[in-house]
Ligand binder design. Structure first.
Ligand SMILES: Cc1cc2nc3c(=O)[nH]c(=O)nc-3n(C[C@H](O)[C@H](O)[C@H](O)COP(=O)(O)OP(=O)(O)OC[C@H]3O[C@@H](n4cnc5c(N)ncnc54)[C@H](O)[C@@H]3O)c2cc1C
Length: 399
C-alpha cells in the first residue's frame, strides 16, 4: 500500500504547540518589521543591518543548532517553519540566515570536536557569519569536476582556486571550502576531494565580483578567489579525500530549507492572488467568480498545501534520523520549488498588468522561485536522486 515505504507510520508529521508558538512569533516579526520594507530590500539589494541585528537578537541564527554549540535547539522542522515564514516576506532575508546551514551542517556532522566548538557557536549566536564555497566555473551539478587544489605542506594545506555563485561570501567570516587533494581514481570519480574550514581573514582569500542574478535581490552571490591560502590540517572537515561524502550529506540536509523557501514564496503569492481575485471586478463580477480564475485559485491552493506537507514530512524524517529523509528531501525540494514557480506565475496572471509591475510586489515571487529550482542541486539532479533512492529503497539496487 505504501510502497516503497514500510508502514503508514512513515508518513507521520510531528508538529507540536511549540512549533505553532514559534511560527507565530516569526510571523509577528515578519509582518511588523519585514513586509513594510520589501521594496527597500529589493531596491537597495541588501539586507538592512538593523533587520539582521534584530534577527540575531531574536535568536534566529541559532534555530536548529544544538544548545551545546550555542544554538537554540529545535531541530530541522523548527528551522523549516522559520524559513517558510521569513520567505513569505523576503527569500533573500531567509537565505541570509539559512546559508549558515551549508557551513554548520558539515562542521557539526563531520568536523572534529575542536572545529565544532571553535566555529559553530559564533555562527549560532550571530557573532560570525558563514558561507559554503563549492561551485566553480566548470563544476556545479558535477561536484567531482572541481579544480581547486589543496597541496599538503608539512602540517598544513595550501589551497588555490576560484569559486563562483557563493551566497553570503561578502559578509562571511568563515567559509566551508572544497578542494582536490588527490586526482580521482578510475573507478571512483568522487575520490580525492577534501573539505576545509577557511577563515576569511587568512592571507590569500579574496572576495571577487558580486553576481547580478535575476532574483534574491538583497542576497546576491559572490566570486571567491583562493590564492595559496595556508590552512592548518586541523581545519579539515571529515576524512581527507572523502569530502564528496561531506558535500552530498550537507546538500541532503540543507535542501529541506530550500523546499521551505518554496513554501514561503508559494504562500505569499497565493495570498496576494486570492485577495486580488476577491477584490477586482471585471464584467460585473469579482475575478474569483469567473470559472477559469476559480480553477486557478483551487489549483494554487492544492499545490501549496501538498508542497507544505512534503516539506514538513521530509523535516520530520530528518529529525528522526531516518535514512528515507534523503528521498523525502529531494521530493520536497523539487515539488515545493516548482509549485512556488507555478503559483507565482499564476499570481502574476491573476493580477493582469499590475502583476508585472514591480510596485505591486508580485513579479518578485517568480524571480525568486526560479532560483530555488536551481541551487542546492537543480531539480533535474533531484529527479536523479529520487530514482536512485527509489531503486535502492525498493530493490536494494545501486545505480
Ligand atoms: C543565486 C545562487 C546562489 C548560489 N549559492 C551557492 C553557494 O552558496 N555555494 C555554492 O557552492 N554554490 C552556489 N550556487 C551554485 C549552484 O549550486 C549551481 O549553480 C547549481 O548546482 C547548478 O550548477 P551549474 O550552474 O554549474 O549548472 P550545470 O551543472 O552546468 O547544469 C546546467 C543544466 O544541466 C542540467 N544537468 C546537469 N547535469 C545533469 C545530469 N546529469 N542530468 C540531467 N541534467 C543535468 C542542470 O540541471 C541544469 O539544468 C548558487 C547558485 C545561484 C544561482
Amino acid at each position: 500500500m505504501v510502497f516503497p515505504f514500510k508502514s503508514v507510520e512513515d508518513f507521520r508529521i510531528e508538529l507540536t504547540e511549540e512549533h505553532e508558538l514559534f511560527r507565530k512569533s516569526v510571523r509577528d516579526f515578519v509582518e511588523s518589521k519585514v513586509m513594510p520594507r520589501w521594496r527597500e530590500i529589493e531596491e537597495f539589494n541588501g539586507i538592512p543591518e538593523d533587520l539582521w541585528k534584530e534577527m540575531v537578537s531574536l535568536g534566529f541564527t541559532g534555530v536548529g543548532i544544538p544548545e551545546e554549540y550555542g544554538g537554540q535547539g529545535g531541530g530541522v522542522l523548527m528551522a523549516v517553519i522559520m524559513t517558510e515564514e521569513l520567505s513569505r516576506a523576503s527569500v533573500a532575508l531567509s537565505v541570509t540566515v539559512g546559508v549558515r546551514d551549508l557551513f554548520v551542517v558539515p562542521v557539526l556532522r563531520w568536523g572534529s570536536e575542536y572545529l565544532r566548538k571553535r566555529y559553530v557557536p559564533p555562527v549560532a549566536k550571530g557573532e560570525a557569519r558563514a558561507a559554503h564555497a563549492n561551485t566553480e566555473p566548470g563544476a556545479g551539478s558535477d561536484v567531482a569536476a572541481i579544480q581547486t587544489q589543496a597541496r599538503r605542506v608539512n602540517n598544513h594545506y595550501v589551497i588555490s582556486g576560484r569559486k563562483i555563485f557563493i551566497t553570503g561570501a561578502g559578509e562571511a567570516d568563515y567559509l566551508l571550502v572544497s578542494a582536490r587533494t588527490e586526482p580521482p581514481k578510475p573507478d571512483k570519480r568522487w575520490w580525492g576531494i577534501t573539505t576545509f574550514v577557511v577563515e576569511r581573514e587568512w592571507p590569500g582569500v579574496r572576495i571577487g565580483q558580486q553576481f547580478k542574478v535575476m532574483g534574491l535581490r538583497g542576497e546576491q552571490p559572490y566570486e571567491v578567489i583562493l590564492d595559496d591560502v595556508k590552512v592548518p590540517e586541523e581545519n579539515v572537515v571529515g576524512a581527507v579525500n572523502e569530502g564528496f561524502k561531506v558535500l552530498m550529506d550537507t546538500y541532503d540536509h540543507a535542501r529541506i530549507g530550500v523546499a521551505a523557501q518554496g513554501v514561503g514564496i508559494a504562500q505569499a503569492a497565493f495570498e496576494k492572488a486570492l485577495n486580488y481575485a476577491i477584490q477586482r471586478e471585471t464584467f460585473g463580477q469579482p475575478l474569483i467568480a469567473h470559472g477559469i480564475i476559480t480553477e486557478k485559485i483551487a489549483d494554487m491552493y492544492m499545490r501549496l498545501q501538498a508542497a507544505r506537507l512534503l516539506t514538513y514530512w521530509a523535516a520530520t524524517l530528518a529529525d528522526k534520523g531516518r535514512p528515507e529523509f534523503v528521498v523525502a528531501a529531494s521530493l520536497a525540494k523539487a515539488y515545493a520549488t516548482e509549485a512556488a514557480e507555478w503559483i507565482a506565475r499564476q499570481a502574476i496572471q491573476i493580477h493582469g498588468g499590475y502583476g508585472v509591475d514591480f510596485e505591486t510586489g508580485v513579479e518578485r515571487y517568480l524571480r525568486d522561485a526560479i532560483i530555488t529550482t536551481i541551487y542546492e542541486g537543480t531539480n533535474e539532479i533531484q529527479r536523479l536522486i529520487i530514482v536512485r533512492q527509489l531503486l535502492r529503497q525498493a530493490f536494494g539496487l545501486k545505480i
